[in-house]
Design a binder for this molecule. Structure first.
Ligand code: FAD
Ligand code: DHB
Length: 395
């Protein structure tokens, strides 16, 4: 088998890359380890930046998103029992965010790829990128127990943080920068009406809590927990009691409660691999970098990477060369590091840090007071939250 771009991973990065390449007349095949029903059911992100929504619109994938998603023009920062609204649109040139679940984006992208005759190999086992330091890279894998080789011009490693592409890079070629946090997020889906018209990010002495949403009947909430927390130790009553305690305001606000349909714990980590290119292997999305979820940047950054990569590959195939492909890693990393900074900032602003001194706790409250009281600070937060502009408008 042969294709122009062999893509590993059918997450948001791999699927969007495949669709953008198709629209530019470039062939690709996506190899995905999991089954279609599994990738379409994994509950993860929910916040789409304006640029992500605009890109989905521009390729005709905005219909369901606009019908079922929720446009939010602001968020609330809550601490000391009081809420402070940040008007995102007023501070970021009219831009907004859309709350639409990541697995719905995945469903839309899979449907679009298949409708265009695109190939996604689900259940691809033992994927191994080879020869990416030569002009003849290939992906070795097995499907239904039969060994296969996919020859290609380029390999796109879109296989997430635990994927095989980054680990195929020779030791020493990749410089890794990382920070881990001494807490995780306990996330729930609950059958309940929305508690709030906008997302609520809460700082509380018991720890961070976040109110988000999914639909008029399903809500998404998170609270800071031990990274090794056992979900089975938390029944519905305990979960709601903890959320009520953290989210309470002086004027008696309380979340709308309902049966917890799903619960899980995710760890928090910041990670960057530099560079994002090794010969003919290009990394994109979580395969190259991870952010803690507080800034809602991971999915959006994955989409931003492949938007740049697709434009660079299109230029390469059009002109036989072109400067963009060689510049992909450095161009992408500039955006990656700004998202790292913002995600670290939001995480530091809002979480309880075990072992923080009284002085550090006062600084954190001063930071919250500053952000919610300063127009300049709100503009900075809003500009980053809705998504920084792209350096190259033609990407
Ligand atoms: P992934 O989504 O991880 O996709 C990688 C794919 O590759 C997977 O389907 C995997 O099965 C496949 N794969 C892995 N290994 C192999 C292999 N060896 N062979 C073949 N296939 C393989 N981001 C936001 O922007 N906004 C948010 O609101 C937000 N909230 C989040 C909340 C939570 C609780 C979590 C956990 C994450 C959140 N994120 C958010 C982050 C976001 O979910 C990720 O950044 C995003 O999924 C990255 O997409 P990706 O395509 O790079 O990788
Ligand atoms: C959601 C996830 C986030 O990481 C975030 O910052 C806001 C909302 C969500 O899943 O809805």
């Amino acid at each position: 088998m042969r294709t122009q771009v062999g893509i590993v991973g059918a997450g948001p990065a791999g699927l969007m890359l495949s669709q953008l390449l198709h629209l530019a007349g470039i062939e690709s095949i996506v190899l995905e380890a999991r089954a279609r029903r599994e990738i379409e059911a994994t509950v993860r992100a929910g916040v789409l930046e304006q640029g992500t929504v605009d890109l989905l619109d521009s390729i005709g994938l905005g219909v369901r998103l606009h019908r079922e998603g929720f446009v939010h023009h602001g968020i609330e920062l809550r601490y000391d029992g009081r809420g402070h609204r940040i008007d995102l649109s007023a501070h970021a040139g009219g831009k907004a965010i859309t709350v639409y679940a990541q697995h719905e984006v995945i469903k839309d992208l899979v449907a679009a790829r298949l409708a265009c005759g695109g190939r996604i190999v689900f259940g691809a086992a033992g994927v191994e990128p080879r020869g990416f330091d030569t002009d003849a890279p290939s992906l070795h894998y097995s499907a239904d127990g039969v060994a296969q080789v996919l020859a290609c011009d380029f390999i796109a490693g879109c296989d997430g943080y635990h994927g095989v592409c980054r680990s195929a890079v020779p030791q020493g070629a990749c410089h890794e920068f990382s920070r881990s946090y001494p807490f995780g997020w306990f996330g729930i889906l609950a059958e309940a009406a929305p508690s709030s018209a906008e997302l609520v990010y809460t700082h509380h002495p018991r720890g961070f809590a976040l109110v988000s949403t999914r639909s008029p009947t399903i809500q998404r909430l998170y609270f800071q927990c031990d990274p090794h927390e056992n979900v089975d130790a938390w029944d519905d009553a305990r979960i709601w009691s903890e959320l009520r305690a953290r989210l309470a305001t002086r004027d008696g606000w309380a979340p709308v409660e309902g049966p917890v349909l799903q619960k899980n714990v995710v760890g928090m980590r910041s990670f960057v691999c530099e560079p994002m290119q090794f010969g003919r292997l290009y990394l994109a999305g979580d395969a190259a970098h991870i952010v803690p979820p507080t800034g809602a940047k991971g999915l959006n950054l994955a989409i931003a990477d492949v938007r740049m990569l697709a434009a660079a590959l299109a230029e390469h195939y059009r002109s036989g060369n072109g400067p963009r492909l060689a510049a992909y890693s450095s161009t992408a990393l500039r955006r990656v590091w700004k998202a790292q900074r913002f995600s670290w900032f939001m995480t530091s602003l809002l979480h309880r840090f075990p072992g923080a001194t009284a002085y550090e706790q006062r600084l954190q409250l001063a930071d919250l007071d500053y952000v919610t009281g300063s127009d300049a600070a709100q503009s900075s937060l809003a500009e980053n939250y809705v998504g920084l502009p792209f350096e190259d408008a033609t990407c």
